[in-house]
Design a protein around this ligand. Structure first.
Ligand code: ZN
Length: 197
């Protein structure tokens, strides 16, 4: 047991894929041309592939706790640079999700490091929207609003990013939220795009 099941599945999957599309792995070995960059939470319940129907090779994926793109984070900044300058993706999707542990940590406060520092940007979002949050009756409503505001903040962060602003091709950034209870993705309709066509 243990990991054997995973490796057995992998062998069967690779064989099946090769039968269905004999060129697939040869083509992958030559390079990638995904149109989409997905920036999502690391949460195990959110699958960028399964929830959108996109296939292997079609999305460049970056995931971390609470789908953050802080300016001082070399990891996500490198992803943006590579996806924009080299892969020339045409769509960047920031997808948060309700029931996010990272959002909850920022809301409740915690002494755990480094996660508390990691989500400190969400704390700033919370502080900035105290008035709107005060109108929410329940904690769940507050957390859901913070989840949306956090996604919007990340979309805004990317729209100010130098790689995005200097892009020589057209790129859109969209903010989405995935609902764990229904599997549905909601579009926050906060699309930003570079001015170039
Ligand atoms: Zn999450």
């Amino acid at each position: 047991m243990g990991l054997d099941k995973l490796l057995r599945y992998n062998r069967e999957w690779a064989e099946r894929m090769t039968l269905e599309k004999p060129e697939i792995f040869r083509s992958h070995a030559k390079g990638q041309r995904p149109k989409y960059l997905w920036i999502g939470c690391a949460d195990s319940r959110v699958s960028p592939y399964e929830s959108t129907g996109l296939k292997i090779g079609e999305i460049f994926v970056h995931r971390n706790i609470a789908n953050l793109v802080p300016e001082n984070d070399n990891n996500s900044q490198s992803v943006l640079q590579f996806a924009i300058e080299d892969l020339k993706v045409s769509h960047i999707i920031v997808c948060g999700h309700y029931g996010c542990g990272g959002v909850l940590t920022a809301y409740q406060g915690s002494a755990k490091e480094p996660v508390t520092s990691w989500v400190s940007g969400i704390k700033t979002v919370i502080d900035r929207h105290q008035k709107e949050l005060a109108l929410m009756k329940t904690t769940i409503e507050k957390l859901n609003l913070i989840t949306k505001l956090n996604v919007i903040q990340q979309v805004n962060n990317i729209s100010q990013n130098k790689f995005f602003l200097n892009s020589e091709h057209k790129i859109t950034i969209d903010g989405w939220v995935y609902d764990l209870k229904t599997g549905r993705i909601g579009d926050l309709e906060v699309t930003k795009q570079t001015g170039l066509d």
